[in-house]
Design a protein around this ligand. Structure first.
Ligand SMILES: Cc1cc2nc3c(=O)[nH]c(=O)nc-3n(C[C@H](O)[C@H](O)[C@H](O)COP(=O)(O)OP(=O)(O)OC[C@H]3O[C@@H](n4cnc5c(N)ncnc54)[C@H](O)[C@@H]3O)c2cc1C
Ligand code: SF4
Ligand code: SF4
Ligand code: SF4
Length: 453
């Protein structure tokens, strides 16, 4: 079947399908999961628009430094006017948010002040299904709180948004890159989409990881009545909770129980996510993620890390601070470099080069703007990921020695940390910090064990 880009590179953003003038593109789905965009050859007029907007052929100007120096980190977070940590002062918003409820607080402010009349958000349509929605009311925006670690293509929602006067859009960096490229081609997109919020993103997960986790606890997808993403206290990092029809409730945590649930995100990430170089959505007005800063360790109420990139975002944050709807305090680059967000940034902007180099060696295509040249550390990290991915997924998903999967994942995690620590020599002070962070994680996991409700 004809595809827009190599299927391994398709992020599933759906922008090509929203824009195709011939309506020739649809997202291929398997067991409810959007996989990649396919073209109906009969309808296609070969206009080339899909390739012009595809983020996998984009990322012009995204920083992909060879080493993790302070100035490289600075470049990866550009453009920016202010970065900091904040949360919604409306306690219900903060409590129901993934981190500090900042994204939803900003969307509600834009709706209330009439700056936009609708917002593109992603809600959970079923336990393991995420769906993009054009929200026009406050309740609809609120109903989309919480991250769903599932791909949600924006094909239909972007078509619906064409009837709106002014839209705010929340998405992942890949959605934002697709929309940026589409706005260059169709200026009315740029006029209509007034405010763009990017979530920080390490990777999106394949549904197979949730199915594996369920199987490991003797459950199946059919028994689910609810699947909660990020339930419980913010810092504890319980990642998922499965609730079944017979009222059984199982909690899954990434960081607790070194041989139980540790599944480093890149082992079960979408293949295309390994070829994505943008952690924070460079073309957004505002980028938001979790504030994984040591100083907030143990806090129950969440905090969001933000990067205000444009004048518009800065003015909005200032107005919200003045109206007491938001608490937002700037942090400097040094403080950011001591947070664990640094390592996710490195896994995208820096380590992507190693993975790209290995793909090129294997004769696989890579996005044109990612340099496929890497140092020995980058290559070693890339090789660790690809090898561990192949082994872990094969064990975990085909039921062969399923118990080996978490052990393999734990070994991989340790190897990655050794590699990162070597890499971090280039960042003053970061080596010690990395070691301290690792030690803390190890102790927590030994004491914490797997959690069950
Ligand atoms: C796949 C994924 C990976 C992420 N990786 C990281 C990471 O590595 N590091 C980090 O610091 N933060 C990451 N985040 C962001 C983080 O999980 C929170 O979304 C962010 O901190 C905002 O929290 P909040 O409380 O301010 O937002 P909330 O008020 O909870 O609002 C969340 C918003 O996210 C949108 N959303 C939810 N799921 C999706 C989705 N699948 N696609 C597009 N939009 C969605 C909703 O529309 C909603 O408006 C990731 C998010 C996702 C979806
Ligand atoms: S080339 Fe044009 S018509 Fe063909 S699938 Fe792409 S956007 Fe649609
Ligand atoms: S635009 Fe998005 S959905 Fe379409 S091919 Fe590119 S990455 Fe895939
Ligand atoms: S890593 Fe995140 S932003 Fe990049 S392609 Fe995957 S889901 Fe999109």
């Amino acid at each position: 079947m004809k595809t827009v880009v190599d299927r391994d590179l398709c992020y599933g953003c759906g922008v090509c399908a929203a824009l195709c003038p011939a309506g020739a593109i649809r997202m291929l789905r398997e067991r409810g999961e959007a996989l990649w965009a396919v073209i109906d050859g009969e309808k296609c007029t070969d206009c080339g628009a899909c390739r012009q907007v595809c983020p996998a052929l984009g990322w012009e100007g995204v920083a992909t430094p060879m080493f993790l120096t302070s100035s490289a980190v600075d470049r990866c977070l550009q453009p920016r006017r202010e970065m900091g940590v904040g949360y919604a002062l409306d306690t219900s918003l903060r409590r129901s948010g993934t981190s500090g409820g900042l994204v939803t607080a900003v969307l509600l402010e834009l709706l209330r002040t009439g700056e936009v009349d609708s917002a593109v958000v992603v809600r959970q349509a079923a336990p393991l299904k995420a769906e993009a929605l054009l929200a026009r009311t406050e309740d609809e925006v609120r109903s989309a709180q919480k991250s769903k670690y599932i791909v949600a293509p924006y094909d239909q929602v972007l078509r619906q948004a064409q009837d709106c006067r002014s839209v705010a859009l929340v998405g992942l960096p890949c959605h934002l890159e697709g929309v940026r490229r589409a706005s260059l081609l169709l200026p009315n997109w740029a006029e209509r989409i007034r405010f763009k919020i990017s979530l920080l993103c390490a990777a999106n997960l394949r549904l197979e990881v949730y199915r594996y986790l369920l199987r490991a606890r003797g459950l199946s997808e059919d028994e689910l009545v609810r699947w909660d993403f990020r339930p419980g206290d913010w810092w504890r990092q319980d990642y998922f909770r499965a609730v079944t029809s017979d009222d059984r409730s199982e909690l899954f945590a990434f960081r607790h129980g070194i041989l139980k649930n540790i599944l480093p995100i890149r082992l079960f990430a979408r293949e295309a996510c390994l070829m994505c170089p943008d952690f924070s959505g460079r073309s957004a007005d505002l980028s938001v993620g979790d504030a994984w800063f040591e100083r907030y360790k143990g806090e129950r109420a969440g905090r969001s890390f933000y990067v205000a990139r444009t004048e518009r975002a800065q003015a909005l944050l200032d107005a919200m601070r003045e109206r007491d709807s938001l608490c937002a305090e700037p942090v400097d680059l040094r403080t950011f470099c001591r947070s664990s967000n640094l390592w996710t940034l490195a896994s995208k902007h820096v380590e992507v080069r190693g993975r790209a180099a290995l793909r090129r060696m294997a004769g696989r295509p890579v996005p044109p703007n990612i340099p496929a040249r890497a140092g020995p550390v980058g290559l070693a990290l890339g090789a660790t990921i690809y090898l561990a991915r192949r082994l872990t997924r094969s064990f975990a998903t085909r039921g062969r020695c399923a118990r080996m999967a978490p052990a393999l994942a734990a070994v991989t995690r340790s190897l990655l940390w050794i590699g990162r620590s070597v890499e971090a020599v280039f960042l003053p002070g970061a080596l010690l910090h990395a070691a301290a962070w690792r030690l803390r994680g190890l102790i927590t996991s030994l004491i914490g064990g797997g959690k069950r409700e």
